[in-house]
Design a protein around this ligand. Sequence first.
Ligand SMILES: O=P(O)(O)OC[C@H]1O[C@](O)(CO)[C@@H](O)[C@@H]1O
Length: 522
Amino acid sequence: MSLPTALPAWHSLDRLATQAQPHLRELLAEPGRAERLTWSTAGLTLDASRQRLTPAIEQALLELAAQSGLADRREAMFRGDAINTTEDRPVLHVALRGGESGGPWGNQIHAQVQRELDRVCRFAEEVRAGTARGHANDAFTDVVNIGIGGSDLGPRMAADALAHLASDAVRVHYVSNPDAWALWSVLRGLDARRTLFIVSSKTFTTQETLTNAASARHWLADNGVPADAIAKHLVAITATPAKSAELGYDPERTFLFWDWVGGRYSLWSSLGLPLAIGIGAAAFRQLLAGGRAMDEHFQHAPLAENLPVRLALHGVWNRNFLRMPTQLIASYASRLVRFVPFVQQMDMESNGKRMQLDGTEAAVDTGPIVWGGLGIDGQHAYFQLVHQGRHALPVDFIGVQSEDTPLPLAGAHHAVVNLNLRAQAQAMALGRTLQETEAQLLQDGADAETAHALAPHRQFPGDIPSHILWLDRLDPERLGALIALYEHKVFCQAAIWNINAFDQWGVELGKTMAKALERAGG
Ligand SMILES: O=P(O)(O)OC[C@H]1O[C@](O)(CO)[C@@H](O)[C@@H]1O
């Protein structure tokens, strides 16, 4: 265990941060910078040339990674050591995308995972083919996933991202909020005889999910499903099958995952069933393969070219040394509309911690506030604050290099979107000086007095650090790699900050209080 502030590299970085920093305008003028700071793997390309990095800073960050014991922690995770110390559990979501042969976690886990994955894929295909049926022998036309947090965000995000692969025969809906309208607004158009509910809950104790699940059962009964046949319209996905069985869920239609899969890392498990129904089992397996490709890169690529490590180190530089408390993520593909809420949970529930592994207070800032959304929409909303507000913040731009939407002018749409991405990254980096602004105004025909008065309002400080992350296309494999990239980034930052990324005690207090209020009669 290494306290970050005790590491020599931390002190070097502290020193470097107090020295005068070159503006990104200067850094970007370096010949060969873009080539030197761009790396590709698994269909993803990371351009970090607009990060505020000098060779000395880069060197110190890489030393920090080496000194922090990150590589040992990574091996411990892949080996299945109980690195989630406060819950005494291994962290093995990586085993869920393990491929044909076992990994360092061993054959037993591999066999368990493959068995459940095969069950999920088989059932998904049966629903899609109309051979898994409701009580009156009708094929299902609608599947409603009921779950919240990690039991919702992952499959829902991926379903949007891969919407071009969605089945025409079966629609998949997601309900997380226990507000009655959330469920009703989905159910009001549906035929109960042709509706299948998937209740997704690792613990099967989550109040919001159980409220929606109980309401769904009532709706089925009110809409003609006999009481003794309701189980035909229900699926449970859980790590606690005893609890779902107590509530009457059929073990044949219960799909398992394990306590060593964190909720926010569970998309790869049986929890991916609603997604597999939507996009098909083969595409779901491709998503796993994409995650696996990123795992292999993370395990074997040198630190200096390792995408998750680089993303993490640049984040640490921005967070701890440039003192930027938030991380903006701007997606320039509308199918990635739910990527930010997904990463918000993954990052903030993981690294929103103030205690180090040994239970002492962290001496450094930990997880940033992650926010953002679709970049193009953001440009017409909060980008003003990014360009000219008083908050310094880094940006991850996510773009897709190719376009496959079957619309006649899809290529033109795509050009507009990516042009904007590039323009924003460049404008944020370079900014525009007062002199340049005044000169521009004069060139545009303003008189000297007006140019002088307006220039301060129309100058941009720039120097806003960003990554551009390109997916060569938005398909299941690239999406899998993208998700695993952010997972491993979060892991690396936790290793450097010396915190446990895999518990979530902060969420517990609210849950306990809601239960106490319920017991006390509201
Ligand atoms: O899958 P469950 O057990 O219903 O929990 C749902 C979510 O609740 C949380 O504990 C907190 O929101 C998440 O970690 C988890 O993804």
